[in-house]
Each structure stands twice: as structure tokens, then as C-alpha cells.
Design a protein. Structure first.
Length: 84
């Protein structure tokens, strides 16, 4: 199984969707919560992932983006291979 990390923040419906999606499929992941007021952590997130929106989803070191990208990979039939 792939190594999955999900960067989340509070009151984020897209974060909740992504986590529920992964949970429903039995995909283990590490959640890293970043407070909206922790500007240093947000800067590190952007430096690490290139993304500044939430969630940011990393699969085996590859930033795939957020909920929309995760869903699109699933729809295209490409997600299972990434998670294998």
C-alpha cells in the first residue's frame, strides 16, 4: 500500500470529503493538521507541496493536489495504481 499524507485544516469540507473517500476505501493515511493561523506551517506546506489550498494529498512523495484531483484520478481509473 502506498504512503499517503493528507494536509488538512479546520472547517474544510474538501478535507472531510478526501478523508471520507480514503476511509471508505480502507486507505491508511497520515493526517497533518495545519491551523489557519499558523503562517509558518502554511509556508512550509507551500514549499513542500507547491500548493496553498486544502487538502494537499501526497501519495508516495508525489503531490497529487486536493480533493478535485483525487476524485479525478479515481474517475479516470488511475488512483488504484497509485495506491498499490
Amino acid at each position: 500500500m502506498a504512503d499517503v499524507t493528507v494536509y488538512t485544516t479546520e472547517s474544510c469540507p474538501f478535507c472531510m470529503r478526501a478523508k471520507a473517500f480514503l476511509d471508505q476505501r480502507g486507505v491508511p493515511y497520515e493526517e497533518i493538521f495545519i491551523s489557519r493561523t499558523d503562517h509558518a506551517a502554511r509556508e512550509r506546506l507551500v514549499a513542500e507541496t507547491g500548493g496553498y489550498t486544502f487538502p494537499q494529498i501526497i501519495i508516495d512523495g508525489r503531490n497529487i493536489g486536493g480533493w478535485d484531483q483525487l476524485s479525478a484520478l479515481d474517475t479516470a481509473g488511475e488512483l488504484d495504481a497509485l495506491l498499490a
